[in-house]
Design a protein. Structure first.
Length: 276
């Protein structure tokens, strides 16, 4: 098939499809141009992909940061396990990729990435295995949407909003939930949502800074109001970890995993790996 006939019209669609090769454990140079009948692995305009990468990884040639782990499967900062040691491996190896790329509506793609466990099983880079492909792609989408609205990076904020009711983690729920709203939502849990946006809209917010860099801990610490009660020990543990983790995709994935663990019977006692 001539993939030139499949060029996507929306840059936001390309943003959510640009790293499909990582789901297959391939480098960009050897990536396919098409998957499931749609174009994938295209370049993202306005530098959004490069800026999102700098939020989670250092600039320059990467170095292996974890010995003997040259694998596309993510290491968990919460437990120290790889994705192959958790139930995420069933989703990762069993497919589920098609739903992440075939929708043609950016809002549908965003809702799918926001709620899917599949990309959370993969790292953003094999050299930085605690990073998360899921949250890298969500950050790319959020940055691109802001840039297309003529915000520059130094105009952007991390904004927070509490979630008042139990979350049904589904694409349909994400598309209709007021707290999700747009592709600028980069995290949605049963406790709170986070946004990267030039329009905080009255939500508590902290500036991202003058340029993209691994700064999550600093930005989190600058929030004027937190969406969790740090008077409770379980939330103090989360807050303490987030004040250490600098990589954005690692931090966002840690929040997802931590909150999910809280919904179970075991209360987590802390991170299983070093701060990234």
């Amino acid at each position: 098939m001539d993939t030139s006939e499949l060029r996507v019209e929306s840059p936001l669609v390309a943003a959510f499809r640009h790293d499909v090769h990582k789901l297959c454990g391939r480098r960009h140079a050897s990536a396919c141009d098409e998957a499931y009948g749609v174009p994938v692995n295209e370049s993202v305009p306005l530098g959004a992909d490069a800026d999102a990468a700098l939020l989670s990884r250092p600039r320059g040639k990467p170095d292996e940061t974890v010995d003997n782990h040259v694998s596309p499967f993510r290491l968990s900062l919460l437990t120290g396990e790889t994705a192959v040691d958790t139930d995420r491996i069933e989703a990762a190896t069993g497919g589920g990729f098609e739903d992440l790329v075939t929708p043609t509506d950016p809002e549908q793609l965003h809702a799918t990435w926001l709620t899917s466990p599949v990309p959370a099983g993969f790292n953003e880079s094999v050299y930085y295995p605690y990073s998360s492909l899921k949250y890298h792609v969500l950050l790319v989408g959020a940055l691109l949407d802001n840039y297309r609205s003529e915000y520059s990076f130094d105009d952007l904020y991390l904004a927070v909003a509490p979630v008042d009711s139990a979350v049904e983690c589904s694409v349909e729920a994400a598309l209709t939930a007021d707290v999700v709203g747009s592709v600028r939502t980069v995290l949605w849990t049963s406790e709170f949502a986070l946004y990267v946006t030039g329009e905080p809209g009255g939500r508590p917010a902290a500036e991202l800074g003058s340029r993209p860099t691994r700064s999550f801990a600093d930005v989190w610490a600058r929030l004027p109001v937190y969406p969790i009660d740090t008077g409770e020990r379980c939330w103090r543990v989360l807050d303490a970890q987030l004040r250490r983790v600098r990589s954005w995709s690692t931090a966002l994935q840690f929040i997802e995993d931590y909150v999910a663990r809280l919904q179970g019977t075991a209360r987590p006692s802390g991170g299983g790996g070093d701060a990234a």
